[in-house]
Write a protein that binds this ligand. Structure first.
Ligand code: SAH
Length: 251
């Protein structure tokens, strides 16, 4: 059995209770060493075998799993944040299906949630945006043309860009080309929830220069949109004149 586990965005105590239990009981842990907080590995049993997938191919990961499975070991595949976001889990699941190996997924705190916490922000503000667009610049991994940054920017919704810190000149050009005004608020969140977390608030037109001035080249999220400002409508949910399933409106 393989448990895909979300490690959370950085801080060790942000892993779920379930994820920690899996780490404590695992015989084999294959972890994404380039991004997870390796302090999490202290939860592992002394005899647990540890493999850093940053140095491995998919085939090598699967070989380790096949061998461990034959020995009836409990296997944890530890991914950063939540495994469903840029986690490359589907290709692993496909191989496991092929070999008839069972698996499940334990979610984690994605870095886009960690970043909102760092910013003390709400992505979905009434009258500002009720939509969060998660995407990335095309890099060595292409992005389908239908999801070009400019076409997504046309919604002027909240946007969170992963894996794009090295491409900020192109990103800001595309965001503005798509429809955001150059002075739309933006924030770069570096290593959200880690001890060395850094928040740089700027505008869409100053993303590249802000990252350069702060030496941020990786492990950051770019957040964009009016949610970073302070003009918004209060919620209906807590409005005294609004009835809900649980509360009568006051007259
Ligand atoms: N599954 C992960 C994302 C993996 S892709 C998740 O749910 O968060 C790797 C990218 O995620 C990095 O290039 C960076 O853009 C972003 N990232 C991961 N951890 C981060 C963190 N703590 N702070 C800011 N960005 C982070």
């Amino acid at each position: 059995m393989v448990h895909f586990v979300g490690a959370g965005s950085g801080a060790v105590d942000l892993i779920t209770v379930r994820g920690k239990n899996f780490l404590e009981n695992a015989d084999v842990i294959i972890y994404a060493g380039s991004l997870i907080n390796t302090e999490l590995l202290n939860y592992a049993k002394e005899e647990c075998e540890l493999y850093d997938s940053a140095k491995m191919t998919l085939e090598e990961v699967i070989d380790i799993i096949l061998k461990a499975e034959k020995e009836e070991k409990m296997i944890v595949r530890l991914h950063t944040g939540d495994p469903s976001i840029y986690g490359a889990i589907k290709e692993q699941m496909k191989e496991l299906d092929k070999h008839g190996i069972d698996y499940d997924v334990c979610p984690g705190v994605s870095s886009f949630c960690g970043a909102a916490a760092a910013l003390k922000a709400e992505y979905t503000l009434p009258d500002v945006s009720q939509t969060v667009i998660i995407s990335r610049m095309a890099g060595r991994t292409p992005v389908p043309e239908k999801e070009s940054i400019a076409s997504l920017a046309a919604h002027k919704a909240t946007m969170v860009l992963f894996l794009s810190t090295g491409l900020l000149n192109e990103l800001q050009t595309e965001l503005i080309r798509g429809g955001y005004s150059p002075d739309t608020p933006a924030a770069i969140v570096y290593k959200a929830t880690w001890d060395d977390e850094k928040i740089c608030r700027c505008t869409v037109s100053t993303l590249a220069e802000t990252a350069a001035a702060n030496n941020i080249t990786k492990t950051a999220l770019i957040t964009v949109g009016g949610f970073l400002g302070d003009t918004f409508e209060r919620s209906k949910l807590y409005d005294p004149s609004f009835s809900t399933e649980f509360r009568e409106a006051s007259k």
